[in-house]
Ligand binder design. Sequence first.
Ligand code: 13P
Ligand code: SF4
Length: 313
Amino acid sequence: MNSSELVEAISQLRKEKNAVIMAHYYQTGDIQDIADFIGDSLALAQQASKTDADIIVLCGVHFMGETAKIICPDKKVLVPDINAGCSLADSCPADEFEKFVKAHPDHTVISYVNTSAAVKALTDIVVTSTNAKKIVDQLPIDEKIIFGPDRNLGGYINSVTGRNMLLWDGACHVHEQFSAEAIIELKNTHKDAVVLAHPECKSVVLKLADVVGSTQALLNYAVKNPDKKYIVATESGILHEMRKRCPDTEFIPVPPEVSEGGVGCMCNECKYMRLNTMQKIYDCLLNETNEINVDPEVAAKAIIPIKRMLQMS
Ligand code: 13P
Ligand code: SF4
């Protein structure tokens, strides 16, 4: 099938099967364009809690599919490529996290949504990068808190809330790669540009940013201020929606795209997110394969901190 036939075939199948296609902003443009709903990880979880579809095709990574399945246990949740993992979630194995939690029994456990269901089951409150500050701010100032697994997001939340949360030492392989040097170089060339950075970036990068926020927050800022020029330090998939919503605005990814047919390093692409393709969406919807299932005992524990997040955000 060529690409327009694939679009047509996916739309047909989605109607026949009462399926909804949800895509994270880090998916390729063609997937974002065919999705019924695009969003960051909080929005995808919120949308899953509202849908009346029988099948959710979650175009994102495995933990996002698990979160949707935990929220909607009666629905079939499919992920186009079952190997779409997350280096950040992998940096926090549940058995090691459990030891860490047990070693600090008087601490409230906050976990970023980028974790396995088993880690969520050890957690008191799940957060995303959109709501982490808002949720931490709702806890008493003297509350002892463990924050996992992203040390950069945790450090950033500590700095903006005045907390001293105990941080798990995990990170995302994409956001860790953005360097202060690359941003300084771009700032020197584009002196009038505003630097947008995701809080999963290292603190040296965040110090150079004018706006730090979740994927959704960075997009919202650009949409509200289309007359500026932007240096974007997050996964490059977000540029698709930024350019669609602000067609006359210049967005410069970190590291910059190589023009004139050159090949860029592409280190600002999440190799897991990019495993999903249009063909794989079609195949998984047709055959109802790559279904996400979560152990019911784990799911029964993991739903509690996810519901808390949805209430507090
Ligand atoms: P968001 O919460 O901004 O969607 O981030 C998810 C993610 O995987 C970032 O790398
Ligand atoms: Fe995980 Fe990083 Fe990919 Fe996000 S960009 S899904 S945190 S590996």
